[in-house]
Ligand binder design. Structure first.
Ligand code: SF4
Length: 367
């Protein structure tokens, strides 16, 4: 059996569409949720003969918690039936704290879920309203407490940066809220105005920070998270020691994973492929679309440079049998002098200033 892979299951249902969101999701009925669950189970068993080992499972979306613990548990049973699921596997479910959870978290814990990721986005009522979120910060803190009580200690909270009306002070307050609520991990993403979203349609009138203001908010978030004990390990991800997301680390370390569900992407057997954003097609059993070979040096380096550990000499040698190319080290030298990266015999890693302009810095390193 080869190295364990990650398994991503995309749940394409939400209560309502948030105005900034371009993920593939829609409203669905209980019949839709049932059909989707059965379809995922059948897709999982399609891989049974492959004898694949799995050590992380991630239910993302969309809003996986909408399906309820029983359906999520049924899919996990199928994962156990079709794959060799490690007893130490990290099993994450994304949760939106809008509904009265009842025994939801106990159900998750009984099904074997070890981690939940809760969409807080902000602890400020005005910012949550501006983002079109339908929950309060208190509901999110309540969800964290319920997860803990059910025995799920590994709770991640999502925060959004550069939100309309956000200030350094309101952001610091949201970060402290995460720490006080008992989060072990925080994902802090910059709001991006994506084409096709409601925010995009009214982008001219949104009170968004300018570029400098956005950079300041990012640096403020990093500093406050650090002050609260969360160490940065990726551009947008911070964790208490030992609580880094093992599933997401697979993406950044260019390891293999299988994604099932409409809009889910995979990297398996050296190839990338994806299911189109088409629920009906997925339910019909349409095959995934091939996206070519993956895992080459540029892709590996690009992903590694998102991590604070950066592109490491030893992982480069272990994977490709050669060191970080000399030409890349030459290009890194002036970027290092300008403060965008650290260059050492062990490797190349972006600094926080480099993370702020990561696309340009990584582009230059790989030019
Ligand atoms: S709940 Fe999440 S996935 Fe659903 S619309 Fe809002 S941001 Fe998008």
């Amino acid at each position: 059996m080869s190295n364990p892979i990650g398994l991503y299951l995309h749940v394409p249902f939400c209560d309502a569409k948030c105005p900034y969101c371009d993920f593939y999701s829609m409203r669905g009925s209980t019949e839709d949720w049932e059909r989707y669950t059965e379809s995922i189970i059948s897709h999982l068993y399609d891989y049974q003969d492959r004898n694949l080992a799995v050590d992380s499972v991630y239910f993302g979306g969309g809003t996986p918690s909408l399906l309820g613990a029983e359906r999520l548990g049924r899919m996990l049973e199928a994962v156990r039936g079709a794959f060799a699921l490690s007893p130490e596997a990290e099993i994450t479910v994304e949760v939106n704290p809008t509904r009265e959870p009842g025994r939801f978290f106990e159900g998750l814990a009984e099904a074997g879920v070890t981690r939940v990721s809760i969409g807080l986005q902000s602890a400020q009522a005005a910012e949550l309203r501006a983002l079109g979120r339908r929950h309060t910060a208190e509901q999110a803190a309540h969800a964290v407490a319920l997860a803990h009580r059910a025995g799920i200690a590994n709770v991640s909270l999502d925060l959004m940066l550069a939100v309309p009306g956000q200030t350094a002070e309101s952001l610091r307050d949201s970060v402290r809220f995460c720490a006080q609520a008992g989060a072990a991990h925080v994902s802090a993403y910059l709001l991006k105005i994506e084409p096709g979203t409601a925010f995009y349609a009214r982008r001219e009138t949104l009170p968004l920070p300018d570029e400098d203001g956005t950079c300041d908010l990012y640096l403020e978030a990093c500093a406050e998270l650090e002050a609260c004990g969360f160490a940065q390990y990726e551009i947008s991800n911070f964790a208490l020691p030992g609580f880094e997301s093992r599933h997401n680390l697979k993406y950044w370390r260019c390891e293999e994973y299988l994604g099932l569900g409409p809009a889910a992407h995979s990297f398996l057997d050296g190839r990338r492929f994806y299911y189109p954003r088409d629920l009906a097609g997925f339910l019909r059993g349409d095959p995934p679309v091939d996206d070519g070979p993956g895992g080459g040096f540029d892709e590996f380096a690009m992903l590694a440079l998102r991590l604070t550990e950066g592109l490491r000499e030893e992982s480069c040698r272990a994977r490709f049998g050669y060191p970080i190319p000399e030409a890349m080290r030459r290009r890194a030298a002036p970027l290092g002098r300008a403060g965008y990266c650290r260059v050492s015999p062990e490797g190349i890693a972006l600094t926080r200033a480099g993370f702020l302009v990561s696309n340009a810095v990584i582009g230059e390193l790989l030019a």
